[in-house]
Design a protein around this ligand. Sequence first.
Ligand SMILES: [Fe+2]
Ligand SMILES: [Fe+2]
Length: 204
Amino acid sequence: MNNSSQNIARKDMVNKDAADDDLFSITPRHPDSRLEVGWLFLYHKLPPDQWFGADYAYKTSGWIKVHTNIRKRQRILLQISTAYQSGEFDWSEYRSQMLKRVSMHILKLHQHHGVEDAGFFPEFIAMYPKLAPAFEILGCDHERLDALLDELQEQNDLLARSEIEDKALAEQLHQTLVDATDLLSQHLTDEEDLVIPILGLRQG
Ligand SMILES: [Fe+2]
Ligand SMILES: [Fe+2]
């Protein structure tokens, strides 16, 4: 190898190292993500800035849309609760806004988790067995969320029977919503980082 081809080879190597560094500097999006580096090989192949690219959007957008709707319903519930806590809504406005939305939100979340636990997650684990521990974390999140949703349903049932203002109940319900919002935010984001690249990169 002459001098100039050695230089080119050296340059290629440096460029390749820089590209590898770039690849591994792509970190999961949630600040408290539980996803380990060893589970991110697909995330590095299909990072979030490519999820909506022409080659992938038709495979990825359905899942993201479901999550967008979950986040939106959760955000609206928290906004209603915050409006009551800050005195913007009176008891009757708060009840009428809250009651009709909570049950629907809970129902939709249970349906979504059911489809994931019984269908998608086992299918993804069969495709990538090394991701099994990551899906186990997501499955545990579903159980923790179920417990919070049971609490929320009980509080909503009490709210339905409480025509007289019950500030303590509203405060408990608010706390449940805050806890569910935190857990959902972490869960949905970790799940997307894991699942969206699987969907985008699979054939068919
Ligand atoms: Fe999930
Ligand atoms: Fe999900």
